[in-house]
Ligand binder design. Structure first.
Ligand SMILES: CC(C)(COP(=O)(O)OP(=O)(O)OC[C@H]1O[C@@H](n2cnc3c(N)ncnc32)[C@H](O)[C@@H]1OP(=O)(O)O)[C@@H](O)C(=O)NCCC(=O)NCCS
Length: 187
């Protein structure tokens, strides 16, 4: 049994522990961490229904694809080792994508195992031109349209460099305000 809820500031230490268990302490050296600056836009917990202790964590970070396409970066997703294979990951990803869509996000990117993310509708991002700011395992960068036409409207034949939101130097002068408005208020 578990229940899904938004993360709150007091979950912080438990989230770090879950991610260390899932990815190892050296995880911050991975390319995706170059994109996880500041605070996550969305964060969800699968919690023990009695103790409310976090059993699994999923966060989403705002990024900019190319000069002017806001997107969410899914991850990290980590489930307590002894609670894996019980649907917690599936419940968190399904819930998170629904909330992201409800809040108006049009694109979601993830760097992860295609076998795990394909069932949620993710597909290889390379053919659309998306490129990460560093090395990642071939085929691991994937994208999912949260709005029906989000992938149809991408420029053809270009490169959409994925940048952290704060590193974005494009022309969207009110970009920070957009993120603030969309950021999940917790606590
Ligand atoms: C990967 C992880 C998040 C899966 O969470 P989970 O709660 O055990 O997964 P679920 O029980 O919700 O399984 C959902 C589906 O994914 C499949 N699955 C689970 N782990 C998988 C993996 N590593 N690769 C591919 N598919 C996987 C399950 O078989 C299940 O398939 P089904 O719907 O056909 O039965 C969890 O094992 C974990 O925390 N691993 C360490 C960190 C990690 O690798 N995070 C993901 C980065 S890609």
């Amino acid at each position: 049994m578990f229940q899904i809820r938004s993360e709150v500031p007091s979950d912080g230490a438990a989230i770090e522990t879950l991610n260390d268990l899932g990815f190892g302490a050296e995880r911050r050296g991975r390319t995706v961490y170059r994109l996880r600056l500041g605070a996550p836009t969305l964060g969800f917990i699968a919690a023990d229904p009695e103790s409310d202790q976090p059993l699994a964590t999923l966060r989403f970070w705002p990024v900019m694809a190319g000069l002017d396409r806001p997107a969410l970066l899914l991850g990290p997703l980590a489930v307590l080792p002894e609670r894996r294979g019980q649907g917690l990951g599936r419940a968190l990803v399904g819930h998170g994508l629904t909330i992201a869509r409800d809040r108006g996000w049009r694109l979601c990117l993830v760097s992860g195992d295609p076998d795990y993310y394909r069932p949620y509708g993710f597909e290889p991002a390379g053919p659309y031109g998306f490129a990460m700011p560093g090395p990642i395992t071939a085929g691991h960068l994937q994208v999912k349209a949260l709005a029906a036409d989000a992938l149809d409207s991408l420029p053809r034949g270009g490169t959409l460099r994925v940048l952290p939101w704060r590193g974005h130097r494009g022309s969207d002068a009110d970009g920070d305000a957009v993120v603030t408005r969309r950021r999940l208020r917790v606590g």
